[in-house]
Design a protein around this ligand. Structure first.
Ligand SMILES: CC(C)(COP(=O)(O)OP(=O)(O)OC[C@H]1O[C@@H](n2cnc3c(N)ncnc32)[C@H](O)[C@@H]1OP(=O)(O)O)[C@@H](O)C(=O)NCCC(=O)NCCS
Length: 134
């Protein structure tokens, strides 16, 4: 397995992976997905035998703070360390940064706890308006 920056030729495969795993409302238009990648500091894939099996992106200053968004691993490749490897590639080894993320999926919360995240006592958010109000 290879973890590296996403290439333009892989955008549609990553988009499909996200749509198949419930992220459709934000990525269903390829133009939006291209912007989500272009404007993130990090957008990476896990590739096995030429197939995109994982995707993740992060917004970060690389110094103090980072936000992880859209982590996904193909169902048939889960529980093999791909998610952990993607998160490590996004966050690096510098423990001087605080990383945050949003997750309502119970399975994903268990995963994030396994790799060192804890529920915040200080985070606040202003959620985006729902698509129906847009
Ligand atoms: C969450 C997700 C990214 C995990 O990816 P993964 O490749 O299966 O995770 P890993 O194999 O790297 O697991 C790392 C650790 O988390 C644990 N873990 C992974 N999924 C878990 C789950 N559903 N429940 C409990 N623990 C879990 C693993 O057992 C492993 O623990 P270990 O350190 O004891 O070995 C993947 O299940 C996924 O894509 N889910 C759908 C999309 C999603 O929920 N994305 C994140 C929320 S936005």
């Amino acid at each position: 397995m290879e973890i590296r920056d996403i290439r333009p030729a892989e955008y549609e495969a990553a988009q499909r992976l996200l749509i198949d795993n419930g992220f459709g409302h934000r990525v269903e238009r390829i133009e939006n997905f291209r912007l989500l990648i272009a404007r993130a500091q990090r957008a990476i894939v896990a590739v096995t035998d030429g197939t995109v099996v994982g995707f993740a992106r992060a917004l970060t200053d690389g110094v103090s703070n980072g936000y992880v968004s859209m982590l996904v691993v193909a169902a048939e490749h889960r529980r093999k360390g791909v998610g952990r490897a993607l998160m490590h590639a996004l966050m690096g080894d510098d423990l001087g940064l605080t990383w945050v993320l949003r997750s309502s999926r119970p399975d994903a919360r268990a995963f994030y706890e396994r790799i060192g995240f804890v529920a915040s006592t200080v985070a606040m958010e202003r959620p985006r308006a729902s698509p129906s109000r847009a």
